[in-house]
Design a protein around this ligand. Structure first.
Ligand SMILES: [Zn+2]
Length: 97
C-alpha cells in the first residue's frame, strides 16, 4: 500500500494484464486503465476512480469497480461497464455474489 500524507493508503493494483479481468470480485485492470485511474481516492478530483468494498472480517478488498467523474457526473460519478482502452467487461463481476 502507498501511504499518503493524510494517512489514507492507496490500494495496490497488482497483476496488471493485457486485458482487464476480474479475480474473484476484484477488477484487475489492463496497463492503460491502471495508468489512467486516479491515485489517492477518495477524492473530489475528476477522472477515473477505483472503488473498492472491504470485507470487515478479513479487512481485505472484496469487490472493486471503476467509475468516472466528469461533466454533469462529477458529483456522484458514473460506473464504467467496459474498459475504454481494452474493451473488456469491467462490471459484470460486481453483480455476482
Ligand atoms: Zn482494460
Amino acid at each position: 500500500m502507498t501511504k499518503r500524507a493524510n494517512g489514507w493508503e492507496a490500494p495496490v493494483l497488482s497483476t496488471r494484464t493485457d486485458k482487464c479481468h476480474a479475480e474473484g470480485g476484484l477488477l484487475r485492470p489492463c496497463e492503460a486503465l491502471h495508468n489512467a485511474i486516479e491515485d489517492g481516492a477518495p477524492s473530489t478530483h475528476k477522472g477515473l476512480i477505483l472503488f473498492e468494498t472491504v470485507n470487515f472480517e478479513t479487512l481485505k478488498p472484496s469487490k472493486s469497480l471503476v467509475y468516472a467523474r466528469s461533466g454533469e457526473f462529477t458529483a456522484y460519478g458514473v460506473v464504467l461497464r467496459y474498459c475504454p482502452f481494452c474493451g473488456a467487461d469491467i462490471y459484470s463481476h460486481w453483480e455476482v455474489d
